[in-house]
Design a protein. Structure first.
Lengths: 485, 452
């Protein structure tokens, strides 16, 4: 039932506003609204009950194991939320003067410094509001850098075929054409293809390392050299930073610019789709191009960066300062972990992934890249099951929901057929990993004995499989009093 | 070892299943010289007691001043229930609803949100949110360029009465696609977009025009006349609106001859605290004909195999994970949690509560204007119909006076001279429903003293 269906015309809840104000006489009637908007008219209890019961129709980290590959669904400590929501932080106006902002700015400055340290970059900007915006900022900086050098003939961004969809989409938004580089069966970028592809037209390469295939790009330094030798720059998609946190750093591998998804690696909540943060780190030569604003420290005082600090800034990415509520949560998380805790993240995320992969291989599942260690995530391919049992990766995913586990990422990366991309994260205990392995084994047995049953899973959710074709063809995107599904 | 649950025994068991001696073996493929010894700028970890103490000190430092700045971020009341429910783990720690059957809570809520946005704006469709109002304007410009097939110019008219930061952000985002943002002069007595300046473009190939209601100065624009003129000239109309104001102002869906084509704005006034500038969310709504050019996630209502109502992400062929380099936008993560808060906020206020809030903002601002204009050395610059913001001019340096007020823990408004050099010593002030008579009195007294 929709909130609108609990509504009754004329029900007013006066507790949340003043009352008795009349429509103004100093605004011409032609600019005023004459019909009230069709918002729900419900009591506080009706609203609270409705949205509490809706929440119970969600899987979440707090309620379920959520091994969604590439998304780093680790524990979101509650204290990060409660402290980011202290009244002093919530009530700070974004345009408050520096003198009344030192507490907030100190946190942001230290966050920049810590992010530089864990990534090996020379400068960090907290401006981008999500990974895709971080990518945009990074590629826009690469473009601005080439332009500033009078190097305007570079029209192409290289992207491995295993990359996230945001990479090519971002390159297009920055006015570049995209050339895809193929990947070898062992998960490494095909260096021969890369060598063929680069040239004076190359603006840069966007790379995720460890890659979306869940393995470390071993020849990264060679790749960096190939790109740098032709005058291009190297972009690091930080989606998989959790795998190497505290162990190795993108800056040391030769990357010129990186984004970090703070909502993955640094545990800010995913919120059912956002908000995130795509904070962006740069090598020394890209510092003048960083987006605004940022924080600097002069003596004991924190100040906003000005145009003088970033004379070639690519500009502003948001109306104010990115997503400060997210940035505060990431800051608190990093302070809780400290240097040592940070190192353990990469180690235990990797241990958990390799343990699960070993267990699943032992139980007869096929790993996409069986002969190498996994990073913090790994891929199981179900192409054999699809062919022999007519059961797809999607069927496996849906059945897992019935067994109390959120499904891994399915059908990504695109080059592995019928794949499940599994990322357990460091915060899961062994017993949970074992439970998930047993659940997959159970689904495998069901596939062998009753494939039809799997085709219609799940059975225990509020709804079963939804008609997506109808959703796209008979568009119903908003409720109105007349509409009914 | 915070948040890592493994015991020594478990670690050993796991290592033996993998067939290695130590966790370090898992990193054997990484060239040894790349491995770091430790971190230099990350201090030792804190426990929860210590972080509490640290953050409480930091938060207290910033003083919670009495706020009369608006300019895109507004200090409104938020019902207690809003963030209590929003931060339930089931909303707070869920991912983007890729597995629809296990995400009906988020999906249904998003559909309700889209419905509320179309109700407020009078538009046909809404997406599930963009990052903020400024990026929503940028995406609207890109959408207009894709949609307006009659126009080849990629020229967008942006009156100087549109929030200058929104224009700056739009420039950052669209400039790589040969799109030109053209400044349009404002009438210096009213602050409204000059109709004469706009009409100078009649008959030219223009792709879109941006209309802000209210405009950056709080003044109400002649939205009907501009919309009708734009459509007569095959120009797509992009409305930038404050959603709270729509509880009392004419919705963009019925402006002029046929309504705005795309309406965007910042959702902050509907349940998001000021919080240093975010997270807020970008509103993106449009007419039916533009839906397939809309960026970002969209939720649709459908049925399951048994005919039960259910909700899914739809029209995904527009998006980056399917279309890659040909997607409508690179956006992936949006501002879902703030949308959750906003949806609950709108339900708790309802049409009447939002209307009363908007009216309180309006009447408090009118009281503020009256009170400040009575002070020697203060004049009201644009005395026009307005919504909850106004511009005053003072007879001393705005920067000095604002600094003096800040010393008394009062945020006295925004100095406009940085973005509008012709508006020397002009200050943009705002009073929401929370700035009651007592607060206004404190501000007026302090300002009078500062101007003496």
């Amino acid at each position: 039932m929709l909130i609108f269906e609990h509504s009754a015309s004329g029900r007013k809840t006066k507790i949340q506003s003043t009352s008795g104000n009349e429509m103004p006489t100093d605004i011409p009637a032609s600019l005023l609204r004459d019909e009230k908007p069709g918002l729900p008219e419900v009591s506080e209890m009706q609203a609270v009950r409705h949205y509490t019961s809706l929440s119970q129709k969600n899987f979440s980290i707090d309620t379920h194991f959520y091994p969604l590959g590439s998304c780093t669904m680790k524990h979101n400590p509650r204290v990060c939320n409660s402290l980011a929501m202290l009244p002093g932080f919530l009530s700070r106006h974004p345009l408050a003067p520096e003198k009344l902002s030192q507490g907030f700015m100190e946190c942001m400055y230290e966050l920049q410094e810590m992010l530089c340290d864990v990534t090996g970059m020379a400068g960090f900007s907290l401006a981008p509001m999500a990974g895709a915006q971080g990518e945009f900022a990074g590629i826009a900086m690469i473009r601005a850098y080439h332009d500033a050098n009078g190097d305007t003939e570079r029209k192409e961004i290289l992207v491995p075929d295993a990359a996230h969809g945001t990479n090519p989409a971002t390159a297009t938004m920055c006015g570049y054409t995209v050339k895809e580089i193929s990947t070898l069966a062992n998960g490494d970028v095909d260096i021969d293809v890369l060598k063929e592809a680069v040239g004076p037209q190359t603006a840069g390469l966007m790379l995720t390392n460890p890659s979306t295939l869940g393995v470390f790009e071993r020849r990264i330094e060679e790749i960096a050299k190939i790109i740098h030798d032709v005058g291009g720059l190297l972009y690091y998609d930080g989606a998989n930073l959790n795998a190497i946190l505290g162990k190795i750093r993108p800056g040391d591998m030769g990357f010129d610019v990186i984004h970090s998804n703070l909502h993955k690696t640094f545990s800010t909540p995913h919120g059912g789709g956002g908000p995130g943060s795509g904070a962006i780190g740069v090598a020394e030569r890209l510092k003048p191009f960083m987006p605004m604003p940022g924080v600097k420290k002069i003596g004991n005082e924190f100040q906003w960066l000005t145009e003088e600090d970033c004379p070639h800034s690519i500009g502003r990415m948001s109306a104010f300062f990115g997503n400060p509520g997210v940035l505060l949560r990431a800051y608190i998380y990093m302070r809780l972990l400290g240097a040592e805790g940070m190192q353990r993240v990469g180690e235990f995320a990797t241990l958990n992934a390799n343990y699960m992969m070993a267990q699943l291989k032992a139980r007869g599942f096929e790993a996409a890249i069986p002969d190498r260690y996994a990073s913090h995530e790994f891929i199981i391919t179900l192409k054999k099951q699809a062919k022999e049992l007519n059961v797809s990766a999607m069927d496996f995913a849906k059945r897992l929901l019935d067994l109390g586990y959120h499904a891994p990422t399915t059908y990504f990366p695109l080059l592995v057929p019928e794949c499940l991309l599994i990322e357990p994260t460091e915060s899961e205990a062994k017993e949970m990993l074992d439970g998930f392995v047993e659940a997959l084994v159970q689904v495998q047995q069901e596939a062998e004995t009753d494939a039809d049953m799997l085709h219609n899973a799940p059975y225990t959710m509020p709804v079963n499989r939804l008609d997506e074709v109808r959703a796209a063809k008979q568009l119903d995107l908003a409720w109105s009093a007349e509409s009914k599904a | 070892m915070p948040f890592v649950p493994h015991t020594e025994e478990e670690i050993n068991e796991m290592l033996s299943v993998i067939g290695i001696d130590s966790i370090d073996n898992l990193f054997d493929e990484i060239p040894a010289h790349l491995k770091i010894k430790g971190l230099e700028k990350v201090p030792a970890g804190l426990n929860e007691m210590s972080i509490n103490r640290l953050m409480q000190q930091r938060a207290a430092k910033d003083g919670q001043p009495l706020c009369f700045i608006g300019a895109g971020s507004y200090d409104h009341h938020i019902p207690a229930a809003v963030w209590q429910i929003t931060t339930r783990g089931e909303y707070y720690t869920a991912y983007t609803p890729y597995q629809a059957e296990a995400s009906q809570g988020t999906l249904q809520l998003t559909y309700e949100f889209q419905s509320m946005m179309t109700a407020l704006t009078g538009m046909d469709a809404s997406n599930a949110s963009l990052y903020d109002g400024a990026t929503a304007m940028a995406e609207a410009v890109l959408m207009a360029v894709r949609s307006n097939r009659k126009s080849k110019s990629r020229k967008i008219l942006v009156p100087r009465s549109v929030n200058p930061t929104y224009k700056h952000v739009t420039e950052t985002i669209v400039k790589h696609q040969n799109i030109e943002l053209v400044d349009v002069e404002i009438d210096s007595t009213t602050s409204k977009a000059s109709m004469d300046a706009l009409k100078a473009f009649s008959g030219e190939d223009i792709t879109a025009v941006v209309i802000s209601q209210p405009n950056f100065f709080g003044t109400l624009e002649d939205v009907d006349a501009i919309t009708t003129w734009a459509h007569e000239n095959n120009i797509v109309v992009i409305a930038v609106v404050n959603p709270l104001s729509l509880a009392i102002l004419k919705p963009p869906g019925i402006w002029g001859d046929n309504g705005a084509d795309i309406a965007v704005g910042d959702g902050q006034p509907l349940g998001a605290p000021m919080s240093s500038g975010g997270p807020y969310y970008g509103i993106m709504t449009c007419k039916k004909a533009f839906v397939r050019q809309m960026p970002g996630r969209i939720v649709g209502r459908t049925v399951d195999q048994e005919g039960r109502e259910g909700f899914v992400l739809t029209l995904q062929a527009r998006e980056q994970h399917i279309r890659r380099s040909k997607a409508t936008s690179n956006i992936c993560t949006n501002q879902g949690l703030v949308v959750t808060a906003s949806t609950i906020h709108m339900s708790l206020l309802g049409p009447e509560g939002l209307k009363q809030t908007a009216l309180s903002c309006h009447s408090n601002t009118q009281k503020l204007v009256e009170k400040l204009s009575a002070i020697d050395g203060v004049e009201i610059v644009f005395d026009q119909p307005r919504f909850h913001e106004a511009v005053i001019k003072i007879n001393k340096s705005a920067a000095d006076v604002l600094a003096k007020l800040a010393e008394q823990n009062i945020l006295g408004g925004l100095d406009l001279s940085a973005d509008y050099p012709e508006m020397k010593d002009c200050i943009l002030v705002c009073a929401t429903e929370l700035r009651i008579a007592e607060d206004i009195e404190i501000f007026a007294t302090a300002l009078a003293a500062a101007l003496k």
